[in-house]
Write a protein that binds this ligand. Structure first.
Ligand code: EPZ
Length: 421
C-alpha cells in the first residue's frame, strides 16, 4: 500500500503532455476480440485498469505484447469465454467484453460487475439491448450467461445515455445480421474513438457523437492500427490543479474541443485560457471566483471532473453549488475535504461549497479514482504541513504516475511505501 505525500503552496509551472484516454483505451482493447489477426493500438496509457483488462483477455486466449508506445494484440485464438468474478470485481468495465464475445463467438460468461463506491452501476440496459438483438441471457450465481448464434440488427432506445452501454451494443452490432439503430446514445469522445477504430476494421457505423447511431452488420472484420485519443479527464485534472495553485501550465498532446464546458467554467472563475489545435495554456488567477456546476452526459460538465472541481471551489471566493446528476453516490470525497477544513454541506445530490481562504494539510483517505485525484489537488494548496493521501491504488487505476507529473511542474510531492499495520 502506498501513500502520496504533498507539501502544499507551490504554483504549478511548465509544460506537460496528456496521456492516452483510459476510457477510450478500454473499449478499444475489448474491440480487438471482434477480429482475429494482429491489432496495433498506440497511445495506450500504463494504468492498473489497462493491466486488468489485459489480464482478463489473456485468460480468454488473447496474446498481448508491449510495443513502442502501445500494444500488439492478437485475438485469433480464443479458447475461453469467461470473465471470472475475482477479476471483474476489480474493474466494472470488464462488461465491455460481453458484446464482442457474443458478436464473434456467440457466447460469453461474464461476472455481473458489482456496484462500486460511486453507485449501484447496474448493466440492465446492456442486457436489455442484447436480448433485443436475439441473445439468450440468463443470470445465475452472479454471472451473466449469454448465447447467440448470430445477433440480429434491431432498434434500441436507451432509457439513459450509457457510455459503456453504447460501446457494448455498438461493438455487438458490427457483426449482427442487418441494421441496428441506437437512440438516446452517449456522445462522449470515447464513443467516437471506438467508432473510428471499428470503421478501420471494416465496420459500417454512422452517427457516433450524435443522439442516433446506425450500424450495418458485416460478416467479418479485420484487425486494426489505431491511436487512442488523449485523456480529457487527465487534461482537465491538470487544468484545475493549475488554477488552484495560481500556476501557469501548458498542456500539450490534448484535444481542447473535448473540454469546452470546463474551459468556460474555469474562465468564469478567473483563469486565463488559450487554446490551439492540440494544446491548452492555463494561467491561474490571483482570486478564484465561485461558480455553480451540474454534471451531465457529454457535452455537459463531466461527472469525472466533479470531485476535482469541488476542490477548486473549496478555496474560491463565495459559495458554489455542485450538483451530481449522473451517479447517486459521488460525494465520497466531501468527508475527506472537510478534514482539511473545507466547508461543504450536502443535501441529496447537491453540495453547497462555502469557499475558504485556504485548506489545512491532513492525512486523508482515497475512496475512488476521481476522489483520490481531488485529494491530491487539495494537498497541492493545503497549508500548515504535509498532506498524506492514503489508498492511492484507487489513483493508479486511472492516472499514470500523477505525482511525478506534478513534481515535474514544481510541486513538492512524492510517493511513500506504507507498511501494513
Ligand atoms: C463510464 O462509466 C466511465 N467508465 C465512467 O468513468 C464515467 O464516469 C461514466 O461513463 C459517465 O461518464 C468507462 O468508460 C470505463 P454510464 P459507465 O453507463 O459506462 C446508469 C472514471 O472515473 N446505468 O454512462 O459505467 C448508471 O448507473 C469512470 O473513469 C443504468 O442505470 O457509466 C449511471 O447512473 C467512473 N443501467 C448512468 O446510467 C445501465 O445498464 C450513466 O452510467 C447502465 C448505466
Amino acid at each position: 500500500m502506498d501513500k502520496i505525500v504533498i507539501e502544499g503552496g507551490r504554483p504549478l509551472k511548465g509544460q506537460i503532455a496528456a496521456g492516452g484516454a483510459k476510457n477510450a483505451a478500454l473499449p478499444d482493447i475489448a474491440a480487438c476480440l471482434l477480429a482475429g489477426g494482429v491489432h496495433h493500438i498506440y497511445n495506450v496509457p500504463r494504468l492498473r485498469d489497462i493491466e486488468t483488462i489485459k489480464g482478463i483477455m489473456a485468460r480468454l486466449g488473447v496474446v498481448f505484447k508491449d510495443i513502442e508506445n502501445g500494444l500488439y494484440v492478437n485475438a485469433s485464438d480464443i479458447k475461453c469465454h469467461e470473465a471470472p468474478y475475482d477479476m471483474v470485481k476489480t474493474m466494472r468495465a470488464s462488461i465491455l467484453l460481453l458484446g464482442p464475445l457474443l458478436a464473434r463467438h456467440g457466447r460469453a460468461r461474464i461476472s455481473l460487475p458489482g456496484g462500486c463506491a460511486i453507485g449501484a452501476r447496474p448493466v440492465n440496459l446492456h442486457l436489455k439491448a442484447l436480448a433485443a438483438m436475439g441473445a439468450d441471457i440468463t443470470l445465475e450465481h452472479g454471472y451473466i450467461n449469454a448465447r447467440a448464434d448470430r445477433l440480429k440488427g434491431t432498434r434500441v432506445f436507451f432509457d439513459i445515455p450509457t457510455v459503456t452501454g453504447t460501446e457494448n451494443i455498438m461493438m455487438a452490432a458490427t457483426r449482427a445480421e442487418g441494421l441496428t439503430v441506437l437512440k438516446n446514445v452517449a456522445k462522449e469522445p470515447e464513443i467516437t474513438d471506438l467508432a473510428n477504430m471499428l470503421r478501420s476494421m471494416g465496420a459500417h457505423i454512422e452517427g457516433d457523437g450524435t443522439d442516433v447511431i446506425t450500424i450495418e452488420g458485416v460478416k467479418d472484420l479485420s484487425p486494426s492500427e489505431h491511436t487512442v485519443i488523449p485523456d480529457r479527464i487527465e487534461t482537465g485534472t491538470f487544468m484545475i490543479a493549475t488554477v488552484m495553485t495560481g500556476g501557469d501550465v501548458k498542456i500539450t498532446d490534448c484535444r481542447p474541443e473535448h473540454l469546452g464546458v470546463l474551459i468556460e467554467k474555469l474562465e468564469s472563475v478567473g483563469a486565463e485560457i488559450k487554446t490551439s489545435d492540440r494544446a491548452i495554456h492555463v494561467k491561474g488567477p490571483k482570486t478564484i471566483e465561485s461558480v455553480d456546476i451540474r454534471t451531465l452526459p457529454y457535452p455537459g460538465f463531466p461527472t469525472d471532473l466533479q470531485a476535482q472541481f469541488m476542490a477548486l471551489m473549496c478555496i474560491a471566493k463565495g459559495w458554489s453549488m455542485v450538483r451530481e446528476t449522473v451517479f447517486e453516490n459521488r460525494f465520497m470525497h466531501v468527508s475527506e475535504l472537510r478534514r482539511m477544513g473545507a466547508d461543504i454541506e450536502i443535501n441529496g445530490a447537491q453540495a453547497l461549497v462555502r469557499g475558504r481562504k485556504n485548506l489545512i494539510a491532513a492525512p486523508v483517505m482515497a475512496t475512488d479514482l476521481r476522489a483520490s485525484a481531488c485529494l491530491v489537488l487539495a494537498g497541492l494548496v493545503a497549508e500548515g504541513g504535509v498532506t498524506d493521501v492514503h489508498r492511492i491504488y484507487h489513483l493508479d487505476r486511472g492516472y499514470e504516475s500523477l505525482e511525478k507529473k506534478f513534481a515535474g511542474l514544481g510541486a513538492s510531492i512524492w510517493r511513500e511505501k506504507v507498511s501494513p499495520q
